[in-house]
Design a protein around this ligand. Structure first.
Ligand SMILES: [Zn+2]
Length: 418
């Protein structure tokens, strides 16, 4: 089995041996971390961020900001940093060379070998990564919120996190995903990035990218798969609730819109930075580490507002060679429903531009909020029913994120107490 991931490097997995974990963390200073850091610990330890083995030092951050590469030349587009305030550094008494224990909600998360403590110019970082210093950009805001200092160094996860229902079967680690792809016999697979519940436009996109990935392969058996990889992380009011996103994608296969042997739903934990083209490159690395061969990029991939041209996330891949990325981008143009053709169609295909109906977020939202079953040309009935079920079961009555949901939802993961 190939375990070569992003950058042509071995997939990283850094988890303590359960037999010695307790003893290894006993005497370490404890530093509690917020959810974003706990998530990134999981990503680093399971190799979602391979070849990174920990939080970045200054030379890597500099190189990522300026050249979109790690200092060793591996393509990398978004800094992965661990921050603390000057006050916390003094309080915890942390210095370079220390080994500390990161804890999350009073459970041990990871051993952090602090190799470097440094400051970084955040204005410059935001400008380089997001192309703007506008604090309304959520990625810029997140950058400005980081504390005084960054700490770089390797992490080792103390024990595997428990992934809570209904997400349990969907967090598939890079090594596990490679096994699954092999078991399924897929010679190619195409990643579908999502933060939405799927309407038929999304389904059509997955089917279209499956065809693209199939290319010239022989047709004797199903050897290409679609891997839905939902990004689960920080939510903003108005986003779909995570439970609905994951379960509705899974039901597309269960209800037969995809065959059992061509479709797989999974999740990655990550707080979206909305970095547009740079986020597209980051998503490519993430899915290359999952062992996926192709990645679909649509219009305005991972963008926000009007900070990026809708096709910046396509063009950025022209900068890289095939050797740079172990995954092939499948570029998808804008698409819509055409009532004259009576099907979903691409920009530049049919000549009914004045008749087209966009699957706009507003249209879909009004359909969901009305609760009247839409035509199956827009929503599959199984998907639509499940959105309502998820709203009741997980969303306190709403399929969209509310303050109540954020305050009361069941956590996606928990670190076990030792
Ligand atoms: Zn048409």
């Amino acid at each position: 089995m190939s375990e070569i991931g992003h950058g042509g490097k071995q997939i990283v997995e850094r988890i303590l041996d359960p037999k010695s974990a307790k003893e290894k963390i006993q005497s370490l200073k404890k530093i509690p971390v917020r959810e974003q850091m706990a998530v990134e610990v999981i990503d680093l330890a399971y190799g979602f961020f391979s070849p990174l083995q920990g939080f970045m030092g200054k030379a890597d951050v500099d190189s990522v900001c300026k050249k979109m590469r790690l200092k060793d030349g591996t393509v990398w587009s978004i800094p992965i940093v661990f921050d603390l305030s000057d006050k916390e550094i003094v309080e915890y008494g942390i210095k370079e060379g220390d080994k500390v224990l990161l804890t999350y909600k009073d459970s041990p998360a990871a051993i952090f070998e602090v190799e470097e403590i440094y400051s970084y110019n955040k204005q410059e970082m935001a400008k380089d990564v997001y192309g703007t210093n506008d604090e309304k950009h959520p990625g810029v805001k997140l950058t400005y919120q980081t504390k005084d200092k960054f700490l770089g160094g390797k992490i080792t996860m103390v024990s595997k996190p428990v992934i809570n229902p209904p997400f349990t079967p969907f967090l598939i680690t890079p090594l596990e995903m490679r096994k699954k792809i092999k078991e399924k016999g897929w010679v190619r697979s195409v990643a579908h990035q999502t933060r939405n519940v799927p309407h038929t436009g999304h389904e059509w996109l997955m089917k279209g990218s499956w065809l693209s990935a199939y290319g010239e392969l022989p047709v004797e058996k199903m050897i290409v798969g679609v891997v839905v990889n939902a990004i689960i992380g920080e939510k903003r009011p108005g986003d779909y609730i995570d439970e609905a996103i994951v379960l509705t994608h899974d039901v597309l296969r269960k209800a037969g819109y995809f065959r059992e042997d061509v479709h797989l739903t999974s999740i990655s934990l990550w707080d979206m930075r909305y970095a547009g083209p740079r986020e597209a490159v980051f998503h490519a690395a993430l899915r290359a580490n999952l062992g996926i061969s192709h990645h679909m990029f649509g219009r305005d991939h991972a963008g926000v507002g009007t900070y990026y041209d809708p096709y910046d996330a396509h063009r950025i891949f022209d900068k890289f060679s095939e050797k740079d990325l172990n995954i092939k981008p499948v570029r998808v143009l804008e698409w819509w429903y055409c009532p004259v053709c009576a099907e979903v169609t691409y920009m530049g295909l049919c000549n009914h531009k004045d008749k087209i109906q966009n699957f706009s977020g507003t249209l879909i939202r009004s359909i969901i909020q009305d609760g009247v079953k839409p035509p199956r040309l827009i929503f599959r009935p199984e998907v639509f029913d499940l959105i309502e079920e998820c709203a009741q079961k997980y969303g306190m009555g709403s399929a969209y994120v509310t303050k109540e949901y954020l305050a009361n939802r069941n956590p996606v993961f928990t670190f076990p107490k030792l």
